[in-house]
Ligand binder design. Structure first.
Ligand SMILES: [Zn+2]
Ligand SMILES: [Zn+2]
Ligand SMILES: [Zn+2]
Ligand SMILES: [Zn+2]
Ligand SMILES: [Zn+2]
Ligand SMILES: [Zn+2]
Ligand SMILES: [Zn+2]
Ligand SMILES: [Zn+2]
Length: 349
């Protein structure tokens, strides 16, 4: 095929250090034959996609273990093999890995184990403990896709970030010198910064990936400043004003700045709280109102209100009208509140 002709033409077996089969989605792998036995090749990327793209290709690409693995075997068998990174097609990890691949994985792991490489930063022998170079997810561990350096999983850079990150989108590992990655506080996935956009939490150092921002489920947003607050911590301490009707929230800063810290109406019984807009829309029957006698607020569902028209005969002269919660109207006779008694007589005329 085309690949084979190109590899022969450039004398790939003796010259090519890195092979990336970007966009070669129709290959079966048979065209890699000219690479057989190369001791020069250091990296083979069979993901078939470009940098920072998801390797989950649909329909499934025909690239096959049957053609590719014998060539990889011919490379890792050689004395002086230089191969240090293979990015396998993600289709090989779907629907149960083949026995062929499982057996190759063991040989490939052994080859790198025998080479005796250490972390480029701390020199710890790799892989650490009982971990392996190619794990169950068939992604090569402890290796940066870009610089091909090997790193352990505990080393951090000067900023305290793990030196090596693995991206949930492109499924590639990068060291922080080659590509920064960030972990989203909502979904907990790690992504390269070139694979996903991130938004900072308005209250702490945490970040949200663009998918979590779009879904909006896992964070609280202030409707005034549009700041996002992580639900881990910040939403609880930076936002104390929520509307139970339209579900909007206002951060403490904005609440102080734009609402003079004046609480939105809240019902003393069911504890529902409505923003001023929602409360107005609820209408006189269902809005949260404050009783002019006991100065307690209730929603219409929790307690009925009785409104009296005001006139000179009513004690409270400034008020146009006087609303009393049902509780106060009933209690009035007992506590002998002069104003209420008069109001009551008034209303029964
Ligand atoms: Zn290390
Ligand atoms: Zn690197
Ligand atoms: Zn996320
Ligand atoms: Zn990525
Ligand atoms: Zn936060
Ligand atoms: Zn705000
Ligand atoms: Zn509201
Ligand atoms: Zn209520």
């Amino acid at each position: 095929g085309d690949i084979s002709a190109v590899l022969l033409c450039i004398d790939a077996v003796n010259r090519l250090k890195t092979l990336k089969l970007t966009n070669c989605i129709h290959i079966t792998g048979v065209g890699l034959e000219p690479l057989r036995g190369s001791t020069i090749i250091e990296q083979i990327d069979l993901s078939l996609v470009g940098d920072h793209q998801s390797p989950n290709i649909s329909p499934k690409p025909p690239i096959s273990c049957e053609f590719v693995l014998p060539i990889l075997d011919s490379i890792i068998e050689r004395e002086g093999c230089s191969l240090r990174h293979v990015q396998f097609p993600s289709v090989w990890s779907e629907g149960g890995k083949s026995i062929q691949f499982e057996e190759f994985r063991i040989r490939y792991n052994e080859m790198l184990d025998n080479r005796g490489v250490g972390c480029a930063k701390c020199n710890t022998n790799l892989p650490p403990g009982d971990l392996s170079w190619i794990g169950e997810r068939i992604v090569q561990n402890f290796t940066c896709y870009e610089c091909l350096k090997h790193f352990c999983i505990t080393c951090t850079n000067d900023d305290g970030e793990d030196v090596l990150g693995h991206c949930h989108n492109c499924k590639k590992g990068y060291c922080t010198d080659c590509q920064k990655s960030k972990g989203c506080i909502c979904c907990d996935f790690e992504y390269c910064v070139d694979c996903r956009d991130f938004t900072d939490c308005s209250g702490c150092d945490a970040v949200f990936c663009e998918e979590c921002i779009a879904s909006g489920n896992e964070h609280s947003k202030c409707y005034e400043c549009e700041g996002r607050f992580c639900n881990e911590f910040c939403a609880k301490y930076e936002i104390s004003t929520h509307c139970d009707s339209c579900k909007k929230s206002c951060c403490n800063n904005c609440h102080a700045e734009y609402h003079q810290d004046e609480d939105w109406p809240s019902c003393n019984r069911c504890r529902d709280c409505f923003c001023d807009d929602c409360n107005e829309k609820k209408g006189i029957l269902y809005a949260i109102q404050m009783c002019d006698s006991c100065y307690t607020s209730y929603c219409g569902d929790c307690r009925e209100f009785v409104t009296f028209e005001g006139d000179e005969d009513v004690a409270c002269e400034e008020d146009e009208e006087n609303k009393n919660c049902a509780g106060c109207v009933q209690l009035a006779g007992l506590i002998l509140d002069e104003k209420l008694l008069r109001l009551r007589n008034e209303s029964s005329k």
